[in-house]
Structure formats: C-alpha cells, structure tokens
Write a protein that binds this ligand. Sequence first.
Ligand code: BES
Ligand code: MN
Ligand code: ZN
Length: 499
Amino acid sequence: MKISVSPTVPSAIATPLLVLAAASTGDEKTPSAELLAVDAQLLALAAPLLSGGDVTGKFAEAVWLLAPSGISAQRVLFIGAGKKASFGLPELRKLAGAAARAAKAKNIKEFTLVLPSGLDLSTAAVAATEGVVTGDFDVDVYRSERKDQSLLEVTLAIPQEADAKAVFMAVAEGAVLAESQNLTRELALEPGNKMTPTILANRAREMSEEAGLTCEIHGPGKIKELGMGAFWSVAQGSEEEPRLVVLRYEPEGAREDLVLGLVGKGITFDSGGISLKPGDGMEKMKYDMTGAATMIGAMRAIAMLRPKVRVLAVLCCTENMPDGKAQKPGDVQIAMNGKSIEVINTDAEGRLVLADGLCYARQLGATHLIDAATLTGAVVVALGYHNVGVFSNDDAMATEFLSAASREGEKMWRLPVEQDYFDHIRSEIADIKNTGGRWGGAITAAMFLKEFVADKPWVHLDVAGTAWMEEAKAWMPKGPSGVAVRSIVNYARHLAEQG
Ligand code: BES
Ligand code: MN
Ligand code: ZN
C-alpha cells in the first residue's frame, strides 16, 4: 500500500472515498456532533446529517454518503471519533483502522483520510498510518478463492499551510512500525505445519537480510553444547529440530555498556507434551510462537528506525510434543545457569525455553531484558483479553516500559513480582519446579523466569490473552494482534535517547 500526503482543501480532493472524523460533543440528553476538520463546503454538506442525528460521532460509527454534491469526492464516509473531549491518538489510530476496514469491505482500494484537527500533525500522521496499515491486514490467506482485498493507496489530507515534508517523514515512521507489527501477525497466523521452528528461524533470517541485521541460527548441537538443558528438554520430544536464533542490531556510535536483550518464546505448536492438553481448542496453540514473532517484528522496526542503542534478540523455537523421547513429569533438567528444575507439568514449557533464552541473552551481553511470551492461561483469568500482563524486577524499567506502551496506545497492566510467590515453585528435590499450582499462575510463572535474569533489570510480557483477538473490532479483524511490537520499539528508542 502506498501512503501519500496531500496539503489540499478536503472538498477539492478528487477521490473514490473521502473519510471524515466526526466527534460527539453533546451528552445523552442533548446529542450533538461535529466534524474534526474545517472546510466550509464539507461543513455545509455534513450540517443536515449532524443536526438530524444521522451522524452522532459515536466511536467507530460508519455513515456513508454517496454522490455528495458540491465536493470532488465520489463518496464520503463519516467515522465516529467518540467524545470530542477525550479524542486522542489511540482513538485516531483505531478510527483510521476502521476506515481502512470499511473501505476494504466495499472493495474500495483507494481513499483519502482528512487528518482530524486538534492534534499535533506529525504524531497524528504516525497514528493514522499505523491504523490504516494494521487495519489492512488480511487473515484469510488460506482460502482457495481468496480475493486480494489489500488497499492500494491511502492519502492523508492535511491543511494547506502544513509542512508536508515533516508529515511525510511521520508517515514513513508509522508505516515501518505498522508493517513490522503486521509481520508479527503474519507469522503468528501461520499454522504449525507451515511454521515449524526451522521455517520460523528462516523467516527471521530473511527479515534480517532485508533490514540489515546479523542473524545466527543454531540447531540441537549448539543448544546442548551451551548447556541449555531446559530448552532442550522441551525440544527432545519433537521430530522437528529446534532452532535457537540470535539477531543483533549494533549501530555505530552506540554505547557498548548498554544492550537491550529481547527474548521470545517460539513454541510453533504446544500440544502440552506428555501432559497433553485437552483436544478442545488445541488448534489455537499454533500461535504459541507469538513471543518470538513479536521480537522479529520489533527487531525489524528497530533496524529500520535506527535508534542509537544496541539491541539483540534471542528466539527459542521448538515444538512441544508427546513422544517416546519426550520429557516426562518428574524429570529434572539443568538450565544454562546451573539451576536444577523439576518438571511437574510438561505443558509449562514456555518458562523452560525462556529460562535458557534469558541466560543466553545475558551471556551475549544484554544489560536490560524484555521477554515476550504466550505464557499462561492464568494471565487471561487475571486480565482477560484487554491488557498485556507486565512483570518486572525493576520499578524504574517497568515505569519506563509502561510509558512507552501508553505512548503507543497498547494496554498493559503490571502484576506483582514478590518473594511470597516464590514459595509456590520450591521443589522437594531440585532448586525449583516448573509449576506453582492454580493460584496466581501468571505470577508464579514470572517468579520462575526471574530465577534466570540474575541482577539485570527485566520486563516480562505475558501476551497469552492479547496476542490473538477472539472478536473482530471495527479497526481489526479477528486473529493475531501483533501487540507489544510497537511498545518494545518505543522503549528501545527511549533507551537510546537516555543512554
Ligand atoms: N501456551 C500455553 C499458555 C497459553 C494459554 C497461551 C492460552 C495462549 C492461550 C502455556 O504453555 C501453557 O500451557 N501454560 C499452562 C501452564 C500450566 C501447566 C502451569 C497453562 O496456562 O495452563
Ligand atoms: Mn504449554
Ligand atoms: Zn505454551
């Protein structure tokens, strides 16, 4: 999709579809709405719709107007922006996504979105671009009669006196972020037979070659040689070979004593292993590699936006399968840092692969750690499908990460990491065990990971409830969300500015 910027009076734009944001300004008793764009012709056109209550400004409401008179567009779409007083970048991002989805549904491949007034133009252009590009994502790639509904061109209309070059730079940035988020979604969408550890690693290499990162891929030999007993214990039961992937971004002039280490859970299919999952819903476990896909998306954006900070990513890619060679409940494994782990449940495999991934990221020089994983069903119980679970051993890093997430409009919520919870993962025969019982399951999983980060500031993201949208939204189809990619990139850029 091409995104262009046009400093033109909106009513003069010849386009198949002109999209305008309408915000609600009244309350329940006296509803009223207004357009978030100023142009006499458009105001005249919209006046009867606004006063007649056809356009209410209710969030994501879509009202079409065909063959409008007095302007050059063939159609107008009024998209609800919600309450004017609370309209901001997150609303704009979603509104732009809703516009893209509404256009695609009618097979309109080109439209012009008038950037709403009242926001900083460049940040608005970033958000609108992100919305349009993420809204353009298609999930039905395996339908044999699939029609390509991708958008061809979207134009952002800005005021005539605006600095079009600055806005265009903002568009380019928004496109990098959103395309990277879409790459994560594309990888997460693939079924287990089309996204094996080997394929996932190759996709990481492909991305690295395009974006200019270094990429190393290791197999079982190196995993065992490094002493990754926890990672290997998950991989040993699968016919598909595991892959350990390391991506490096080392910009010139960046501090050498500051390295952000990203670690991703890359379980390309989680059957549960010998502690086999119930059949109902097991197909969903194809997206158990979303953590690794998240880091691939984030590294792509980082490589293209070039913040002055070193970043490396460690991806632990394997299946979790039952087999004669698979690990058994009760087995004891030794992780890379020498800690012994009693495996109570082979379905708590994410923490096993991440344990070694975190150790390895430190060995490679990471000073700050972020991991992302579809780690626990318990985080879904705690936070539902609306917030990413955030865990950290460092208040300053957690606060900075949460600010980055809020700048990106990604909802995340911090849960405690406290020694009280550690008692639940004490083992009778080893240093720790890999499950902590039913209560506080997302937290005991985080306590387990904490054993492998040593003294490094660390943020753990449990995206089990947010990686996959179970319901379609006006701005996003059902399916992989790509959540956390933009927040991680934003945090890395913030670290670069501070460093
Ligand atoms: N991959 C699952 C967690 C998951 C659940 C991801 C729902 C996405 C949606 C993870 O490996 C797992 O099986 N966790 C177990 C841990 C338990 C055995 C301690 C769980 O949450 O049930
Ligand atoms: Mn599992
Ligand atoms: Zn899993």
